[in-house]
Write a protein that binds this ligand. Structure first.
Ligand code: PLP
Length: 311
């Protein structure tokens, strides 16, 4: 969608344009040019944030953990009682078609189910058909040098939504809870913020899961503490950690433990695995990426380069 911005000092209207070649977007059953991929202003995804999405990486033509992402997407849809217009196999095929149509060797898929087109009003059941969008594009979330140095983060004042209000394990189109914490991070001059739950336990960051390492042992909070069950997080628990000789334990974590940890790292589809070198004013691992985090980052890179698993 093109936005017009008017500079305060001149009357020139500038049209920000994407700098990349025109993409093919999979929209409600067909591949269309990006400038034809339009969604109604009456789509409840836009009006109310009523919908669910996924973010998935492509490495060397393989779609990392595609099946886990598809399953989470449909699970999120079920939790908000959204009936997708296509089944999971059709979406698997559509994602591969979209990646191919855009000639992507490496990249990122953003897929969405919106509640669909309906009259104004919150009632989701007045929207007869869910909308389906698949975007496949290139991506660089963090500059490469930050994987060498680690990133500084802050602890957000804003807590993560309680599971009883809106289950954070639903990857919904309503990310305002996270966006408000992200604003805290940006205003503090950093890129990420650690969010606590209302009981004061550590949950995750605004778009990444969190792990800490103390005395050689890796810990991460359980999903029941109110966080998204990240696919990268699960891969680190199931394979990457154990492969490196460091099993992961899930348990409640207090922020003081994170501030006093030997190492902290974050995981996410966009971020992959990235070390944290500072939290608020507390410098971690001498301001670098710690040795165990570095091992995990190297193992992750190896695994996605050799033959990224699609399970
Ligand atoms: C709030 C939140 N937590 C964690 C993650 C990491 O999850 P994944 O590894 O599935 O990308 C994401 C990314 O989607 C996220 O939005």
């Amino acid at each position: 969608m093109a936005h017009s911005t008017v500079s305060e000092t001149s009357s020139t209207i500038t049209e920000p344009k994407r700098t990349k070649p025109m993409l093919k977007i999979w929209l409600d059953g067909q591949l269309v040019d990006e400038d034809q991929a339009k969604v109604s202003v009456f789509d409840h995804g836009l009006l109310y944030g009523d919908g669910v999405f996924e973010g998935i990486r492509i490495y060397n033509h393989r779609i990392l953990k595609l099946h886990s992402h598809l399953e989470r997407w449909y699970r999120s849809a079920e939790k908000i009682r959204l009936t997708p217009a296509y089944n999971i196999d059709e979406m698997d095929k559509a994602m591969r078609e979209t990646v191919k149509a855009n000639n992507l060797r490496d990249g990122y898929i953003r897929s969405l189910f919106t509640r669909g087109y309906g009259d104004l009003g919150l009632n989701p059941f007045i929207c007869p058909t869910a909308g389906t969008i698949i975007i496949a594009d290139s991506i660089q979330l963090y500059p490469p040098e930050l994987y060498e140095t680690g990133i500084p983060v802050v602890v957000a004042d804003r807590p993560r939504l309680p599971v009883q209000c809106l289950d954070p394990s639903v990857k919904s189109l309503n990310y305002l809870n996270n966006i408000m914490a992200k604003i805290e991070a940006i205003e503090a001059g950093v890129l990420e913020a650690i969010m606590l739950n209302i009981e004061g336990n550590v949950t995750e960051c605004t778009g990444d899961n969190l792990f800490m390492i103390t005395d050689g042992k890796i810990y991460t909070p359980p999903v029941s503490d109110g966080l998204l069950g990240g696919i990268t997080r699960q891969w680190v628990i199931d394979e990457i950690g154990p492969d490196c000789g460091h099993p992961v334990e899930e348990r409640h974590i207090k922020i003081d433990e994170v501030l006093n940890a030997d190492e902290v790292f974050l995981t996410g589809t966009g971020a992959e695995i990235i070390g944290v070198n500072k939290i608020d004013d507390r410098v971690l691992s001498d301001g670098k990426v710690g040795p165990i985090s570095s091992k995990l980052i190297a193992r992750f890179k190896e695994r996605v380069a050799e033959n990224a698993p699609e399970d």
